[in-house]
Design a protein around this ligand. Structure first.
Ligand SMILES: [Zn+2]
Length: 387
């Protein structure tokens, strides 16, 4: 397990600064890909780069004609990110593939994949490598620019990569994809469980609620003669919270508020609150939304995870003598893109410490939990790849 921790540390140090600094489609992300490619070769995997720049290492099975079994995650990071986000799924995946193959000859080829630009903190969208692979880029994705005015198209060119084919490049879909990722939350820690299996990737409803009132003099308008838009918005935020509290597994956030005219001595005439509601299935998402009819939202449907890989993870967790904990994934991850594209997908969560801190240098997961994750991932990959 030393090797996994050492490799995570090397990736963490790579971009300089106080945390992980490997922005998507940057030089630092490329260095991470080069480093992992060298480790893949060192571990005996056949290394290749797909047409959109994702790194793939393969350990051939005894029946290479069968669809492959994949694991992996991403190597880019947010600015000053943590050690484990993304990197654990690639480095731990590499370790697990080696271990699964060492346990006996497997029929299916095992592959570790490192997707490009998952975070989206540079260009704003994210999940680039997995979406480009699955043919799910939006028409204007390549024209998105970073803070320096560099577009995705230009960043790809600087890395020697051509613009992706809109149809994607998934010539032969894998039989299964299993992503291992740190939870980035507090659910597993609260349950005292090192690992958890995701049941679904939550659906997200995002939009705004707008309130209009009458902008009047703050000194001369009596309290009973006011129509205060911000007070209406504040009541809405409380209702939004209560609506989510009433539905198990749902969360709701009013993360941004805009007030007009926005002066200390004027009763607010207009207020706008952002709305972000998430729930594991459409029924629960709708149950929250029904309680807040003022919210105008765009809904991205929940993505169910597949019984095959999810069952293999459950079995491997039980084999390790651990409780089989289930939870919905509140974040997207590359797994969401592959699942939505029809690849049977599973998602293994590893307990986050430090109050679930993530996207910051304090992100923490114990060495023991990393070791358990590798053991369980190896077990699940072995089951999926077949003896
Ligand atoms: Zn991640």
């Amino acid at each position: 397990m030393e090797r996994v921790l050492e490799r995570l540390e090397r990736l963490f140090a790579l971009g300089g600064g106080t945390g992980a600094n490997r922005p998507g489609l940057s030089r630092a992300e490329q260095e991470a890909h080069d480093l992992v490619a060298a480790w893949m070769a060192e571990d005996g995997l056949a290394v290749s780069v797909d047409p959109v720049g994702n790194l793939v290492g393969r350990l051939p099975g005894t029946r290479p004609e069968l669809p492959e079994v994949w694991t992996g995650s991403h190597l880019d990071s947010v600015p000053d990110g943590g050690r484990y986000d993304g990197a654990l799924g690639v480095v731990g995946g590499l370790e697990a593939v080696g271990r699964a193959a060492a346990a006996g000859a497997l029929e299916r080829t095992l592959a570790v994949i490192a997707f490009r630009d998952e975070e989206g903190s540079r260009f704003g969208r994210g999940l680039f490598g997995s979406r480009a692979l699955c043919g799910r880029l939006a028409t204007d994705d390549l024209e998105q620019c970073d803070a320096a005015g560099v577009s995705v198209r230009e960043a790809l060119a600087a890395l020697g990569l051509p613009p992706p084919d809109p149809a994607g490049c998934l010539e032969r879909a894998p039989a299964a994809f299993v992503e291992c990722h740190v939870e980035q939350g507090v659910v597993l820690a609260a349950r005292g469980a090192p690992l958890g299996v995701a049941t679904a990737i939550v659906g997200v409803a995002r939009g705004w609620a707008e309130f209009s009132g009458l902008a009047r003099h703050a000194g001369t308008t009596p309290m009973d003669a006011r129509d205060d838009a911000l007070v209406a918005a504040a009541e809405f935020v409380l209702r939004l919270r209560d609506a989510a509290r009433a539905v198990e597994g749902a969360v709701a956030t009013g993360g941004r508020i805009e007030v007009e005219p926005g002066a200390v001595n004027v009763v607010p005439g207009r207020a706008r609150v952002s709305v972000d509601v998430r729930a594991p299935d459409r029924g629960r998402l709708d149950a929250v939304l029904t309680a807040v009819p003022e919210a105008h939202v765009h809904v991205t449907d929940p993505v169910p995870l597949a019984p095959g890989p999810t069952g293999a993870l459950r079995q491997a967790i039980a084999d390790a003598g651990l409780p089989v904990e289930e939870l919905a994934s509140g974040a997207g991850h590359d797994a969401m893109v592959l699942a939505a594209a029809g690849v049977p997908t599973g998602l293994l969560f590893v307990r986050s410490l430090a109050d679930g801190a993530s996207h910051c240098p304090e992100e923490e997961t114990s060495a023991e939990d990393v070791a358990l994750a590798v053991e369980v991932l190896a077990g699940a990959l072995g089951r999926l790849a077949g003896v």
